[in-house]
Design a binder for this molecule. Structure first.
Ligand code: HEC
Length: 122
């Protein structure tokens, strides 16, 4: 009996902790988005339109804000981590760290013009 109560208490402590951690998430995500923006500015902007408007400097490169019309942006995470994207002759191969990938995805999601397709990655 007491052990079960103890278990419940433990659970609600966890729930409270989670609630506590949920608060700063927004700030963290803003940082990620900002970092992602820097990364794509440095690595992708010479070919892709990376913001909410404008055309891509490279005529074949899709503006990033349109990516989600083809697939969930989160699905790019894997290709970014493993070396994006074979089959695009003009595009250099990039390999990003997991954290950079997360940042880039967050940034890309923040600029999509079509409502985000739910990601299969999360
Ligand atoms: C040197 C030019 C260049 C750079 C730099 C570049 N890209 Fe591309 N990218 C292209 C071109 C050209 C295409 C379209 C190729 C095609 O459709 O075959 C493309 C296509 C893509 C696609 C669409 C793939 C698909 O299947 O629809 C994604 C996503 C993408 N690039 C992401 C990135 C990211 C992220 C970066 C920066 C880390 C980047 N690109 C940097 C030229 C570039």
């Amino acid at each position: 009996m007491f052990r079960r109560l103890g278990g419940l208490w433990g659970l609600s402590t966890v729930a409270l902790l989670l609630l506590g951690f949920a608060m700063p998430v927004e700030a963290v995500e803003k940082d990620l988005v900002a970092k992602g923006e820097v990364l794509v500015k440095e690595n992708c902007a010479r070919c892709h339109a990376i913001s909410m408007e404008g055309d891509s400097p490279h005529k074949d490169a899709p503006p990033f804000r349109t990516l989600s019309s083809k697939y969930p942006v989160g699905d790019l995470a894997e290709s970014l981590a493993e070396g994006i994207v074979s089959g695009h002759p003009d595009m250099p191969i990039f390999v990003f760290s997991a954290h950079d990938v997360e940042a880039i995805i967050q940034y890309l999601e923040s600029i999509q013009e079509t409502p985000a397709v739910p990601s299969t990655e999360r």
